[in-house]
Design a protein. Structure first.
Length: 529
């Protein structure tokens, strides 16, 4: 009742879910329980009625907003070229819309521009000339996923110089992405659809590609600067850390995952430690804490410190890749700092709800992003469940008790999504998180950022810090490999149904609140929260 933002934003999300899954009967049950909670008669019934009305309005708004977003997510080429055609040959002119990824003899990027259709090839590979009206449709604006096959080392060197915002012209074969071949398999077509991409193009060699650097400031200029800065930071990390850990540090510090060793990622994933490799609230907290602490040591006033912190947050989000997890953490941190600066009463669940609403208004498809789902569901669990569990857990010592509570709540809350997406769970995950998370959050992460900053001042000192951090990382690898070696503790799960996931959270929440009883909020709980 004291968290109206949480209630109304929850209604907005449920409205989106109703649009995307109209046949799910469990959603009707969620709505019923939600309405009962709002109308349970505690406190002011008039206020409860207002909240219920606002929630109903937000539910409808969520469904309509999702519908409008889906309606606008259409390809113009499908209006011209029927679905049975296997390929569309076209000349395209436009802009490189994303940073170019080079993997061996192939380069990948997203193109945004217009395409003039030349011909379409059907499933029987028989060329069919386009009707005359196809030729008139020469200004078809599309986002296209491009794959360039590089046929020489010179072409690999050249394509590495391409940047977001470069003007490009090419002739290639356009085709629709393939949907999932097996039930439950990866659906590449849907993956691209959620990025508003409906076509992919294949280009062999650079002979038919013409690229030109922009000659004036445009909407990509700031993004180009950020990309160059990220490349520069990435180069510094490669110079500071050996190959065995450079990819890990790139992912850990700046969210650059292209060089991360797949085997290292798999080792972290098996123990439920991949959250360390995603820039999130942990990273935002470390960076903000260090900056605010330094400003306090410099005797900067509190109001100025908070303002500087707010201004730094968007810079940090952009530099680390703007993933859903760091965006969520950054928005929450900015709202919290603003509330503290204005002496406004803040509530974690309301702040989280506002962050979720802003992100979903920006891109409703965040709702399907694994990082978004895990980030928000774990944060909700910590805000709601941690104070309750902290109050009843019979563990001596506040620090140990707090660490165990955070880890346990995060494990319980993330469990359904973990088995749903990854189909495995390690019984050693709790132990791994208790051992590795403090080591990385208190030692590796701060030392990594300090070494990166020091490299701009004195490379030798940065190397010393890097070698010290590398020793700690090697130690963590030995611990992780040792735990992964105990295969008897690894459990394989089938992906549960949506109804099972909802039931799990409902039962877990009920058990937690039954365990905690009617324990009232206390300073201890507030400190835990």
């Amino acid at each position: 009742m004291n968290r109206p933002a949480a209630g109304t934003v929850t209604a907005f999300v449920i409205g989106m879910m109703l649009y995307y899954n109209p046949q799910k009967p469990v959603i009707a049950g969620i709505l019923l329980l939600f309405a009962v909670y709002l109308w349970r008669g505690r406190g002011d019934r008039r206020r409860a009625g207002l909240i219920a009305a606002a929630s109903a309005g937000m539910l409808l708004f969520g469904a309509v907003y999702a519908y409008v977003n889906d309606t606008l997510n259409r390809t113009q080429l499908s209006l011209i070229v029927p679905e049975p055609f296997g390929e569309v040959r076209a000349n395209c002119t436009g802009t490189v819309d994303t940073p170019v990824e080079v993997d061996g003899d192939r380069a990948f990027f997203v193109f945004r521009g217009t395409c003039a259709i030349e011909e379409a090839v059907g499933g029987n590979q028989q060329k069919q000339q386009n009707p005359q009206n196809h030729r008139k449709q020469s200004a078809i604006s599309e986002k296209i996923r491009i794959t360039v096959r590089l046929i020489s080392m010179e072409e690999q060197t050249e394509v590495r110089q391409w940047e977001r915002g470069d003007n490009i012209r090419f002739r290639g074969a356009l085709s629709r992405p393939e949907p999932a071949g097996n039930f439950g398999g990866f659906d590449y077509r849907r993956y691209l659809y959620l990025q508003h991409i409906h076509w992919q193009a294949s280009v062999k060699g650079l002979e038919g590609v013409a690229l030109q650097k922009p000659d004036s400031w445009n909407r990509y200029s700031l993004q180009r600067m950020v990309d160059r800065w990220r490349v520069s930071l990435n180069g510094r990390l490669i110079g500071l850390y050996p190959e065995s850990s450079a990819g890990l540090m790139e992912s850990l510090l700046i969210g650059y995952r292209e060089d991360l060793d797949p085997e290292q990622f798999r080792s972290f994933s098996n123990l439920g430690l991949t959250h360390l490799l995603a820039i999130s609230g942990l990273h935002v907290g470390v960076v903000l804490g260090a900056i605010l602490g330094l400003l306090k040591w410099m005797r900067i006033t509190k109001e100025t410190r908070l303002l500087i912190g707010i201004l730094i947050i968007p810079v940090f989000i952009v530099l680390t890749g703007a993933s859903p997890s760091v965006t969520r953490a950054g928005i929450m941190a900015a709202i919290a700092l603003y509330a503290v600066r204005r002496n406004l009463l803040k509530d974690g669940l309301n702040v989280l709800s506002i962050a979720a609403l802003l992100m979903l208004l920006w891109n409703p498809y965040f709702l399907f992003d694994i990082s978004f789902q895990l980030s928000f569901i774990v944060t909700v669990g910590l805000i709601v469940g941690m104070p309750k569990l902290f109050a009843v857990l019979p563990i001596p010592g506040r620090k140990l008790k707090g660490l165990l509570t955070v880890t346990l709540v995060a494990q319980v809350v993330s469990f359904p999504l973990t088995i749903y997406y990854f189909n495995q769970f390690s019984l050693l995950s709790l132990i791994a998180n208790l051992l590795i998370v403090p080591l990385y959050s208190l030692v590796v992460l701060p030392l990594g950022y300090v070494s990166l900053l020091a490299d701009g001042i004195h490379h030798g000192s940065a190397l010393v810090l890097g070698r010290g951090t590398e020793m700690i990382i090697r130690f963590s690898f030995r611990v992780i490999d040792g735990l992964n070696g105990l295969r008897a503790f690894r459990m394989i799960w089938p992906s549960p149904s949506f109804e099972w996931v909802i039931l799990y959270y409902a039962v877990s929440g009920w058990l937690l609140f039954r365990l905690a009883g009617k324990h009232s909020s206390s300073p201890t709980e507030e400190a835990a929260e």
